[in-house]
Design a protein. Sequence first.
Length: 358
Amino acid sequence: MTDHRDPSVPPTGPVPRDLHNFIAGLPKAELHVHHVGSASPRIVSELAARHPDSKVPTDPEALVDYFTFTDFAHFIEVYLSVVDLIRTPEDVRLLTYEIARDMARQRIRYAELTVTPFSSTRRGIDEGAFMDAIEDARKAAEADFGTVLRWCFDIPGEAGLEAAEETTRLATTDKLRPEGLVSFGLGGPEVGVARPQFKPYFDRAIAAGLRSVPHAGETTGPGTVWDALTELRAERIGHGTSSAQDPKLLAHLAEHRVALEVCPTSNIATRAVRTLDEHPIKEFVRAGVLVTINSDDPPMFGTDLNNEYAVAARLLDLDEQGLATLAKNAVEASFLDPAGKTELAGEIDTYTAAWLAN
Ligand SMILES: [Zn+2]
């Protein structure tokens, strides 16, 4: 009998032994996904219609063309034009809540969402109102969808040290810092934006109890990953794709359990890797590195986390147990507390055992 269920809806009861359906229902954690970059065409078109002076198309079909990138610089340009649509606290709340709805449909149980508050505060959104908007959406999403959100505040590297100072202030000032904030990041282009200059800001964030998760080695060589480890004291690496060029680095990542936040489709869309078959994920696994699977800016790259798991299954030749292990890698590498990790890993095991017993 053909199964006509929407694959994004978690299966209930007996389901065919099909990997796509297994993935759709697998409880998952996502560690590398951007706030504005998670805006679906529906949300973007709604925001674009509310701000008609923007150059972003309002027609969802035209948005698909708009989201086709020629290179990394073009991606950043398009991304920033969507950032420009987030102008009021209501925009922020709507975006955040709707992202959580999309996550719940994919059975994402926990997500560390990378938020760039500097992009909003410098556009005139009141900083307190911004924090209230994301926190309000986080609590409503957890109550309504059961998806737990936590925040990573990241420095947009292209905006330089002014952005670093502002992001650090927002992340470490007691009366501003949101309850859900767990980590501190660095995004944007890597070429011409050396990681070590951000060391003083990461030092302050770490001193305030935040965990270090910079992007590194996405569009530059392994030296950037080393800089992230030694200068920014990274506990996980965003992408880290070029680590594969340096066996000593791979050994270091494996030994210290520094996870890589791998985002396969993103790497193709931004031309960081030429084809999926050339993606170094296999080398990471072979070297014993803790690999996590993530979607980065999913609607912009025409993907979602379930699709990234399917891509990983193909590239790594995984069965259900292998996919469950990948999902548990993300739990291990997350900043959930020990009880939260045990609970989510248990959910994954229970789901997988029930699936395999059918
Ligand atoms: Zn990213």
